[in-house]
Design a protein around this ligand. Structure first.
Ligand code: PEP
Ligand code: MN
Length: 369
């Protein structure tokens, strides 16, 4: 059972103390408190864990600090939607706002190769009004002899250049707990010129120790990729691991599934699962058309499959798109064949805005009584 208190409840007030004391006196339940920092308000949520079947919902709702009480009906205790009245996860990080209603683009390099290409990328983003990017420093590779990313060595110039070009959030994959500390130290040393969203890749979706470590830190929001060979339910449980350790600023990313039928695409595009994730959980949902489709092939209509899939995700309500670009895809050290070029960036943005408007019109259409 989830007890949501009035926004900005003062925990030193008499009302709060009375409410807490009453909840503590309930038999067979343990209390777990979570704070949710939304825009301009702080929510306190108290989870009643244990046998709650005999608890009278109305009695709890009549306690002085309580706004409402929700019976939790399935697995995802913190991130789950539980009822249509629950709000989506809603947070602001470094001036950028994330929830299940809005839409953000994270275009950038799959893997950082050199300072010059990072600068060209960042400059193109700024020229096109973008404030977020993706930059891979720690690359998990299938082949141990492939380029593994520059790791810690490139962080300084990546963060400095992000700051120089007004980029506020850099999505960056971490594959080991120590990478969080390396990012932390580098950002602090530079005086936080930008922010980071910690990305957990599809190969680590069920690396539970990594999930716990990333979930324990409260400095950075998290982008969790769906596992490419596990069920949706298993991937959503992985997200819950992050929240159960205290960080519920989690965005869930669909990135395609490995099947024997995905060819000629790199993975089977799974963006049809987008509304399911929104229905089952309160997480904003991201799509990664680059790793799903994996090729720059285009249809007779002149539109690349990556753009078609992007559109399919946005028109189904995506809140974020993570997409690979490169100033010179043929020279990219990782995933060049799926990278869009910098002169395609303005049209990519324009295309997403057409799809987003179509989604908004569709919502209005179906909200009509
Ligand atoms: C990536 O986004 O760079 C990446 C490696 O993606 P995934 O984990 O989905 O393969
Ligand atoms: Mn990649």
């Amino acid at each position: 059972m989830l007890v949501i208190l009035h926004p900005n409840t003062d925990e030193s007030s008499e009302e709060y103390k009375l409410t807490w004391k009453h909840l503590q006196g309930l038999p067979d339940v343990r209390l777990q408190k979570h704070h949710v920092q939304g825009r301009g308000q702080r929510l306190t949520e108290i989870y009643l864990i244990g046998n709650t079947t005999k608890i009278d919902r109305e009695e709890i709702e009549s306690l002085p600090s309580v706004e409402r009480v929700i019976r939790i009906s399935h697995d995802f205790r913190i991130l789950g939607r539980h009822s249509t009245e629950t709000n989506s996860i809603d947070f602001e990080y470094n001036g950028i706002h994330f929830n299940q209603e809005n839409f953000k683009i994270f275009a950038g390099l799959c893997a950082v190769d050199n300072k010059k290409n990072v600068e060209r990328m960042m400059q193109a983003l700024q020229e096109n009004g973008q404030e977020c990017t993706r930059m891979g420093a720690y690359k998990p590779r299938t082949n141990p002899y492939s380029f593994q990313g520059h790791g810690m060595e490139c962080l300084t110039y990546v963060f400095e250049l992000a700051g120089k070009y007004g980029i506020k959030v850099v999505a960056m994959e971490v594959t080991h707990e120590m990478h969080i500390e390396e990012i932390n130290q580098c950002l602090e040393k530079l005086g936080n010129p930008t922010g980071v969203m910690l990305q957990i890749g599809t190969r680590n979706t069920q690396n539970f120790e990594l999930l716990k470590a990333v979930g324990r830190q409260h400095t950075y929001p998290i982008l969790l990729k769906r596992g490419f060979g596990i069920s949706l339910n298993e991937s959503l449980n992985a997200a819950e691991y992050l929240a159960s350790e205290g960080n519920n600023q989690v965005i869930f990313c669909l990135r395609g599934m490995k099947t024997s039928f995905n060819a000629p695409h790199r993975n089977m595009v799974d963006f049809a699962h987008l509304p399911i994730v929104k229905r089952l959980t309160r997480m904003p949902v991201c799509i990664d058309p680059s790793h799903s489709v994996g090729t720059r092939e285009k249809s007779p209509d002149g539109i690349m499959d990556i753009l078609h899939s992007t559109s399919q995700g946005i028109i189904a309500g995506a809140n974020m798109v993570l997409v690979d670009f490169h100033p010179s895809p043929t020279e990219a050290l990782v995933d060049g064949p799926q990278a869009l070029t910098l002169n395609e960036l303005p049209r990519f943005i324009e295309d997403t805005s057409i799809s987003r408007q179509a989604y908004e019109k569709r919502v209005a259409l179906w909200q009509e009584k």
